[in-house]
Design a protein around this ligand. Structure first.
Ligand code: ZN
Ligand code: ZN
Length: 260
C-alpha cells in the first residue's frame, strides 16, 4: 500500500492566512503545508483519510482523479470541509464514494452540512455519497482491505485513529485511552500528529508535541515515526535535524510504502 501525504499542515495551514509564517523559513518549500489529508493507495482503490478545505487543490496538484472512499477522523473544519467537493468529484468521476465516520463524527458533519442531508433539497450527486457509520473500535472493510479503528481523546471529542497491518495513522489527539493502547503495539510505522513541534507552551490545546512522540516511542517501542499535522512553530530543516534517526517530518506530496 502506498501512502501519500496530501496535506501535512495543522488546522490553519502554513503559511497561515495573510502570509503569516510564524517560526518557519519561507524559502523552504517543505514549510508550505496544506490541511491534513492522507491517501492510502491499495492498488485497486484510493482510500482517503480526511478531506479538509484544501481537498480540491490537493487532488488537482497530485493528479488524483478518482477517490473510492473517505474516512473522516473527526468533525473539525480542517478535516471535513472538503465534503461538498467530494460530492462534486463523485459526479465528475461517475462513481459513488463510500464515506466512513464514527457515530459522533457523523452527528458533527450533519450539523455543519445540514443541507446535504435534507431529502427535500437533494442536489445532483448526493445519491453517490454512501455513508457508513461505525463505532470507534470497529473494524472497517473496504474492497477486502481491513482497517482497525480506535477513538483517541482530542479536547472534547474523539478522533478516530486507523490501523492497517503494522501501520497506524493517528491525528488530532492528546491522549491515548487505555483501551486504545493495543492498537499502538507492534507497529513498524506510525504517522502521528505532532501539531506543536518543540513548543511546549501550547500543551492542553488537544494536540501533541515532539516530546509526546518521543514518549510514545519509549513506551510502545514503535520502529518508525512520520510526524504530521504540523503548525507554524515547526520548521522542516531546523527542527527535522534535531529529531532522532527514526523520526521524519512529513511534507506535502511525501510518499512511502507500507508493507503488505
Ligand atoms: Zn486537525
Ligand atoms: Zn481537530
Amino acid at each position: 500500500m502506498i501512502v501519500t501525504i496530501l496535506g501535512s499542515g495543522s488546522a490553519y495551514g502554513a503559511p497561515q492566512a495573510g502570509n503569516y509564517f510564524g517560526q518557519t523559513d519561507r524559502s523552504e518549500p517543505k514549510n508550505y503545508r496544506t490541511r491534513s489529508s492522507v491517501l492510502f493507495d491499495f492498488g485497486d482503490c484510493n482510500f482517503l483519510i480526511d478531506a479538509g478545505p484544501d481537498f480540491r487543490t490537493q487532488l488537482n496538484t497530485n493528479n488524483v482523479s478518482k477517490i473510492d472512499a473517505v474516512l473522516f477522523t473527526h468533525a473539525h473544519a480542517d478535516h471535513i470541509n472538503g465534503l461538498p467537493d467530494i460530492q462534486r468529484l463523485a459526479s465528475n468521476q461517475k462513481h459513488p464514494i463510500d464515506l466512513f465516520c464514527s457515530k459522533e463524527t457523523f452527528e458533527g458533519i450533519k450539523l455543519c452540512y445540514f443541507y446535504m442531508f435534507n431529502n427535500n433539497n437533494q442536489e445532483r450527486g448526493l445519491e453517490s455519497l454512501r455513508w457508513h457509520v461505525f463505532e470507534n473500535g470497529d473494524n472497517i472493510e473496504f474492497n477486502g482491505h481491513v482497517l482497525a479503528t480506535t477513538g483517541l481523546v482530542h479536547r472534547n471529542m474523539l478522533s478516530t485513529a486507523v490501523r492497517y497491518k503494522n501501520f497506524l495513522f493517528a491525528t488530532d489527539f492528546e491522549e491515548i485511552p487505555e483501551m486504545s493502547v493495543p492498537l499502538f503495539k507492534n507497529l513498524d510505522c506510525i504517522l502521528m500528529e505532532t501539531n506543536n513541534g518543540f513548543n511546549t507552551t501550547r500543551r492542553g490545546n488537544g494536540h501533541n508535541d515532539f516530546y509526546a512522540a518521543l514518549n510514545i516511542r519509549d513506551r510502545l517501542n514503535i520502529k518508525k515515526f512520520v510526524l504530521t499535522h504540523l503548525n507554524i512553530d515547526v520548521d522542516y530543516c531546523r527542527d527535522g535535524k534535531k529529531l532522532p534517526e527514526n523520526f521524519e517530518l512529513a511534507y506535502d506530496g511525501m510518499k512511502f510504502d507500507v508493507d503488505e
